[in-house]
Ligand binder design. Sequence first.
Ligand code: NAP
Length: 357
Amino acid sequence: MSGTDPSVTTAASSGRRLPPWVCRVVDGVLEASVVGSFSRIGPDVRRRCEGWDDPPSLDGRTAVVTGATSGIGLAAAIGLARLGAIVHLVGREPRRLEEAVRAVAAVARGTTVSSSLADLADLDQVRELASAVTARHRHVDVLVHNAGALNRQRATTPQGAELTAGVQLLAPFLLTGLLLPVLTTGPERARVLTVSSGGLYTKRFSLAALEPDPLHYDGVAVYAHVKRAQLLIAHEWAQRLGSDGPAFPVMHPGWVDTPGLASGLPGFRRYLRPLLRQPADGADTVVWLAASAEGTRSTDGVWLDRHRRGEHRIPTTWLPPRQYAEARAALWAWCVERTGWDLDSTAVGVGGSGGDR
Ligand SMILES: NC(=O)c1ccc[n+]([C@@H]2O[C@H](COP(=O)([O-])OP(=O)(O)OC[C@H]3O[C@@H](n4cnc5c(N)ncnc54)[C@H](OP(=O)(O)O)[C@@H]3O)[C@@H](O)[C@H]2O)c1
């Protein structure tokens, strides 16, 4: 666990609002500066300027959160439970998962908190996870793909994929696919949220980069490529399923003081520690997208601090539309081949109601 308390949310309304044009100028200046936007300054200033309200209630909604034992995932689970959601936590280590369930149950408004153990590196465990969630919940309204790490050393999954790509691309792809039957039976359009990273802005999509050369492994570069690929696969899901399927918003949390940051980028954390966000600030946009109408509007862009941002900050990461469509299709085919799951194998219905089984 980080030394910070993820249950301390600062997301409540400040009650003050400056004129929208002032907020737009302030937000634009922060965004252009990168440090002002990604650091704790971003949410501090935007919250005050825009007078952020608490998101709407999630009563009757079910949310599944991966990587819920720590950092942003735990803070998101707590935020969702505070809004009344039935929360299902996914973790890979029994003791940490039990602690997380207790922390979320402590703020839950009379709803149950359920959990599953699964190491998402292992696709067999992802399949078991999907069965457990489907057996327990009639509908899943929010699925948060948050689990992941920046791995400095190369490692592979039991099925032979590079670990970062396995946990943050293949596992979410398979889990989304297997949960589609319960993602399309809720009272409202479901949201499949991906916690990406500002690191995606540094890379142009490359399928080859998802299978890096073991002799020249650069964990930071692979992580950034995987985070870029998360955006493409979200677009591909949204296009393939259309408006009958869930919405697929992608967000990035800024720079957040978590155990993951401490192990993945220790030097970065040491120097920037006073400027790092608390986990609740990193998770605020996850919770907001899960509950507010904006969460179902469109998959375009990358959300940060309740605003949709561009998908590129430097021109070299951009692909012309035709190449972009081909890249997305190739990524989809790559995921299908490596997970053995394809859309054709699923019967997806829309409508219905219910709650816990
Ligand atoms: N912190 C930042 O500044 C930052 C910035 C951009 C993006 N992000 C993204 O935010 C997400 C959460 O990261 P965090 O910073 O909150 O780090 P964290 O505190 O280390 O949390 C990561 C979570 O993912 C879980 N996890 C990792 N590998 C897993 C696996 N193979 N199977 C199941 N669960 C696994 C961890 O479980 P354990 O508790 O068992 O380790 C933990 O619950 C990640 O996707 C990360 O890329 C973070």
